[in-house]
Design a protein around this ligand. Structure first.
Ligand SMILES: Cc1cc2nc3c(=O)[nH]c(=O)nc-3n(C[C@H](O)[C@H](O)[C@H](O)COP(=O)(O)O)c2cc1C
Length: 166
């Protein structure tokens, strides 16, 4: 399966990368159709809020984000993996997510409609701690953008899976 992996932790051997890459191997065992990005290595500026993308399905800022959106559109599945930082997605990933605004075309329409999404969170706290936060991100970010959420996995700091489900 053509899989795009976005990892929101700088730590390449960390819990977030380990779980995300394991899931990618399940979706695409040979790895030939998998693209992996550690988002901190990409040139992605913060959304500047200019609203250019409300008129055109594109961004006024020219950096790696246009290519990333194209890779997302071309993929069959997207894995978004983040360490929990102060109860939320890492800043690295939030910046990328804000820049997905061009795919949302208003009135519930999205260029990503139906795209399979696998969410991975890693955290120090017990699994239930951020269930409300995860639900908010699901409703107001990921489902809003049109993703079809296939699975959410929550992993402890030691790499142990607390939960995998929908
Ligand atoms: C800046 C920062 C904030 C964090 N905030 C939380 C938090 O709010 N709740 C929590 O359970 N763990 C928190 N942690 C712990 C990380 O979520 C946890 O260590 C994570 O598994 C690290 O993933 P990694 O190995 O991929 O870096 C925080 C870690 C850092 C560095």
């Amino acid at each position: 399966m053509k899989t795009l992996v976005l990892i929101g932790s700088n730590r390449k051997q960390g819990a977030t990368a380990t779980e995300a890459l394991a899931q990618a191997r399940e979706l695409d065992p040979t790895g030939q159709d998998t693209i992996v990005h550690f988002v901190h290595e990409m040139k992605v500026a913060c959304c500047c809020g200019c609203e250019f993308c409300r008129k055109e399905p594109a961004c006024s800022q020219k950096d790696d984000m246009a290519g990333l959106i194209q890779e997302m559109l071309d993929s069959e599945a997207v894995i978004i993996a983040s360490p929990v930082y102060f109860g939320a997605l890492s800043g690295q990933l939030k910046t990328v997510c804000d820049r997905l605004y061009p795919v949302y075309r208003g009135g519930g329409k999205s260029l990503l409609a139906g795209k399979k999404l696998y969410l991975v969170y890693t955290q120090h706290s017990p699994c239930d701690t951020y269930a409300d936060v995860r639900k908010t991100a699901e409703d107001y970010l990921f489902r809003f953008l049109g993703f079809q959420l296939v699975q959410t996995t929550v992993v402890g700091k030691d790499g142990k899976r607390y939960y995998a489900g929908t």
